[in-house]
Structures are given as structure tokens and as C-alpha cells.
Design a protein around this ligand. Structure first.
Ligand SMILES: *[C@@H]1O[C@H](CO)[C@@H](O)[C@H](O)[C@H]1NC(C)=O
Ligand SMILES: *[C@@H]1O[C@H](CO)[C@@H](O)[C@H](O)[C@H]1NC(C)=O
Ligand SMILES: *[C@@H]1O[C@H](CO)[C@@H](O)[C@H](O)[C@H]1NC(C)=O
Ligand SMILES: *[C@@H]1O[C@H](CO)[C@@H](O)[C@H](O)[C@H]1NC(C)=O
Ligand SMILES: *[C@@H]1O[C@H](CO)[C@@H](O)[C@H](O)[C@H]1NC(C)=O
Ligand SMILES: *[C@@H]1O[C@H](CO)[C@@H](O)[C@H](O)[C@H]1NC(C)=O
Length: 386
């Protein structure tokens, strides 16, 4: 059933890739298999040391969906081996994990711990998930209840962190604490979003960071990937939140319904994809960045598929399909060994800096960056469901 992808995808496939190229008939499978062939997302860093990394968590999320779709044990085994590289048999999370740094980033591997506990019943995965949950219990929050991104970032909420912290918080509450109304009430306290426009990368509730605007405390620019993380968090949290989660679902549906058309309309009219710094279209050194685009495709197609956003005139789905065609034509590169490469993902964007335009456009652009490649896997899974 899986390989009977829509004619849209088949046409796309034939048009873009030489038929002789030995590769799976699904971009989702090709992306996953290529990352696995390179040893990406397996709980180890480039030196072979264990790393508790959100991009591994993001990739594992895609592998899990692929496993559930295909039943292919290879994907499950890869997820489990990756987690076993960062969780000792007694459940201690190790590698570069530092509890007292109160960073939201490593927490994004937590949903995988919960999934493995549910699938295998092994207590070590629950113990590891409990460690992250107790980190979040002690995680500093702003007066409005939003998690600080890290202890060192006083009073700062970053959009990226919502994908790291809140998705885990929701998965944990869903799995172990589903009738706790207090927990549901605190699952997604991102009070800062300004839904009259696209959202800035970060907010400082104390307005003291070098990048904070004096009036509202936001960072200067809308960075495509930060908004991509946030959009993915909205749909993933909505999917996991049960009906008894109080105000959570109505609140997120409201945000998503404001944001989805704005993301659609923010695409560059000529290419159909988004500038790295969305707020500065066409400015010198700005470019079409690949990770944000595939995050939007995943999030918005999933939002429409699950009925969170009603796409009455089909314009959201059409825009995402158009962006996907661009992504495949421009960012997927067939390698001679049969794997695919993934281009044009910016390596980093951090508010430990000035957070201004020159900062974002001067960051390295990577080949095969897992943050983008994992999101391409997720976007492809949605496209192949159309
Ligand atoms: C499972 O996926 C792997 C990697 O793509 C592939 O080599 C293998 O043939 C697949 N197994 C089955 C039973 O389809
Ligand atoms: C868990 O196992 C690791 C590795 O063997 C060990 O260093 C650590 O002390 C153990 N922790 C506890 C709480 O037993
Ligand atoms: C862990 O984080 C805390 C708080 O930022 C820091 O003081 C400490 O040095 C860190 N520990 C390690 C081993 O890096
Ligand atoms: C999160 O926000 C809700 C609704 O405003 C509030 O009731 C709750 O106390 C907040 N949680 C925290 C931990 O601040
Ligand atoms: C419910 O969740 C809150 C917030 O996480 C927590 O403080 C409290 O202990 C939980 N209650 C129970 C009965 O587990
Ligand atoms: C949201 O942003 C718009 C446009 O920048 C601004 O006019 C408006 O005052 C902001 N609203 C809030 C509540 O911050």
C-alpha cells in the first residue's frame, strides 16, 4: 500500500531522477536509508562519543512513523540502538547530557524513550524519560509560564525550545499522566507568540538581552527554521493531546489557524519556498533555506490531513506541493553509491548572539544536515499520503 504513492509523487519521481538510479520508490525511505547508511542520528557524534541531540530525536520521530507505515524492523532497531547509545542499562542518560544546564535541546530525544518503553516494556526507558520530566519540573519559567530555553538564557523563550520541551512534555503527560489537568494546563505555555504576524525567533520577557526589542522583548528577525520547529510542535502536540486536555487544543488550534495561511503567504512567489530570514526577502546574502521549508510542508500538510486547518480552496496543500517540487529538484542530490544527499540546510541559528540579519546569513550551510534531512523525511511521509 505504501508504495502506491499518489500519481503526483510518481510523476515527480520520474521527472527528477534518472530511472537508472538504484533507489527506493519513496523519498521518505530514500532519505531514511541514506541517513542510516551514513550512520546519522544514532546517538553518537562525529567523534563516536554519545550525544543527546534533538536532531537525533527529530530523525527518530520520522523513523518511527516509517516503521509504523512499513513494518520494517530495520527502522525500529536503528531507533533502539541509537537510544541505547545514550541510556545506560540502569536508565541513566549519559553522553553530553547535563541536567543542571536546564537546556531544552536534549529533551527532544525523550519522546523516543517513551515510545521504546511502550514497545519493549523495558524499565530503563521509563527511568530515562522520568529524568527529563524531572528536569522540566525544575526548568525555570517566565512569569507567564514559558520555559526558559536554558538556565544561562535568563527569561528567554525560543521557538526552537518549544519543539524540544513541549513535545516531550505532551508525550510524557499523554503516556503517564493523562488525567492530570494541572499537567495539561502547563503543557504548552508559550504565551509570547504574537499571532498578528509571523513569529520572531525568541522573546526575552525581561527585555534585557542584546537582541530584545525595548517595547516587546522580541528578537529582530523571523528565522525560517525557528518558525518551522514551532509549526511542527503545534501539529505534533495537537495529535498527542487527548480531549480532556482542557484549553490546550483550542489554544493551539487558534494559533495554528492564524499561522498556517501566513506561512503559505510568506513563500517567495517565484520559487514557492522561503527565505532564510523570512522578514528580509531578496536582501543581499539571503537565500532559500531547505530545513525550514520541509518543516512547513510537514506541519501544514499534517494540519490539513488531521483537520486542524480547513483548507477550503486547497491553497495550502497546493503551496506545500509546489514547495516540495522545488525541494526535490534543488536540494536532493543522488549520490553514485545509491544514497541521496540533502543540500542547503543552515547549520545553526542561535540567540546567544546579536540575532540580527548579518548573523543569520553568515552561518555555515551544510550538506546532509540531519535537522533538514529528518524534516525532509517527515515532509515526504506527508506528501506520500496525499
Ligand atoms: C527494510 O529496510 C531496509 C533498509 O531500507 C532494506 O534493506 C530491507 O530490505 C527492508 N526489509 C524489508 C523486509 O522490506
Ligand atoms: C548507572 O550505570 C552507570 C554505568 O554503568 C554507572 O556509572 C552509574 O553509576 C549507574 N547509576 C546508578 C544510579 O546506579
Ligand atoms: C552543567 O551545567 C551547569 C549549569 O550551566 C554548569 O555549571 C556545569 O559546569 C555543567 N557541567 C558540565 C559537566 O559541563
Ligand atoms: C501555564 O498557563 C496556564 C494558563 O495561563 C496557567 O494556568 C498555568 O499556571 C501556567 N503554568 C505555569 C507552570 O506557569
Ligand atoms: C500533576 O502535574 C503537576 C504538574 O506537572 C504535578 O506537579 C503534580 O504532581 C501532578 N499530580 C499528580 C497526582 O501526579
Ligand atoms: C504584534 O505584532 C504586530 C506587528 O508587528 C504589532 O503591531 C502588534 O502590536 C503586536 N501585538 C502584540 C500583542 O504584541
Amino acid at each position: 500500500m505504501f508504495l502506491q504513492a499518489g500519481s503526483f509523487v510518481q510523476l515527480l519521481t520520474l521527472a527528477i531522477i534518472p530511472v537508472a538510479q538504484a533507489r527506493p520508490q519513496s523519498y521518505a525511505i530514500w532519505a531514511a536509508d541514506s541517513a542510516i547508511a551514513r550512520g546519522q542520528g544514532n546517538g553518537l557524534g562525529s567523534t563516536g562519543a554519545p550525544v543527546v541531540s534533538y536532531e537525533h530525536g527529530e530523525f527518530q520521530w520520522g523513523l518511527r512513523l516509517l516503521y509504523e507505515l512499513t513494518g520494517n524492523q530495520t527502522y525500529f532497531n536503528y531507533i533502539q540502538a541509537g537510544v541505547d547509545n545514550i541510556v545506560f542499562p540502569n536508565g541513566t542518560v549519559h553522553g553530553d547530557y547535563n541536567f543542571t544546564a536546564f537546556s531544552q535541546d536534549p529533551i527532544r530525544t525523550g519522546p523516543t524513550f517513551i515510545y521504546l518503553f511502550q514497545k519493549t516494556g523495558q524499565a530503563k526507558y521509563k527511568t530515562a524519560a522520568n529524568t527529563f520530566r524531572s528536569q522540566l519540573d525544575g526548568q525555570p519559567r517566565t512569569a507567564q509560564g514559558q520555559f526558559w530555553h536554558k538556565l544561562i538564557y535568563f527569561n528567554q523563550g525560543w521557538l526552537d525550545g518549544i519543539y524540544m520541551g513541549e513535545v516531550f512534555y505532551t508525550a510524557y503527560t499523554n503516556a503517564f499522566d493523562a488525567n492530570n489537568a494541572t499537567a495539561w494546563g502547563c503543557a504548552f505555555n508559550s504565551t509570547a507568540p504574537n499571532n498578528t504576524g509571523l513569529m520572531y525567533h525568541g522573546y526575552d520577557f525581561s527585555h534585557t538581552a542584546v537582541w530584545a526589542s525595548p517595547d516587546r522583548g522580541h528578537s529582530p528577525e523571523v528565522w525560517d527554521r525557528a518558525l518551522g520547529w514551532y509549526a511542527m510542535a503545534l501539529v505534533d502536540v495537537l495529535e498527542m493531546a487527548p480531549p480532556n486536555s482542557g484549553a490546550l487544543k483550542p489554544t493551539l488550534l487558534k494559533i495554528l489557524n492564524v499561522l498556517a495561511p501566513k506561512i503559505r503567504d510568506a513563500a517567495d512567489p517565484a520559487s514557492g519556498v522561503w527565505w532564510l530570514v523570512i522578514t528580509q526577502p531578496g536582501r543581499a546574502q539571503n537565500y532559500f533555506e531547505s530545513s525550514g521549508a520541509v518543516m512547513y510542508i510537514y506541519a501544514l500538510l499534517k494540519a490539513v490531513r488531521l483537520g486542524y486547518v480547513v483548507d477550503g480552496d486547497g491553497s495550502i496543500v497546493a503551496a506545500m506541493k509546489r514547495a516540495y517540487v522545488y525541494a526535490v529538484a534543488n536540494w536532493v542530490v543522488p549520490n553514485s553509491d545509491g544514497t541521496m544527499g540533502w543540500k542547503n540546510t543552515v547549520s545553526v541559528g542561535s540567540l546567544s548572539t546579536t540575532g540580527d540579519y548579518n548573523y543569520y546569513v553568515s552561518q555555515t550551510v551544510d550538506l546532509n544536515d540531519l535537522k533538514g534531512l529528518a524534516a525532509f523525511l517527515l515532509a515526504s511521509l506527508e506528501i506520500e499520503k496525499l
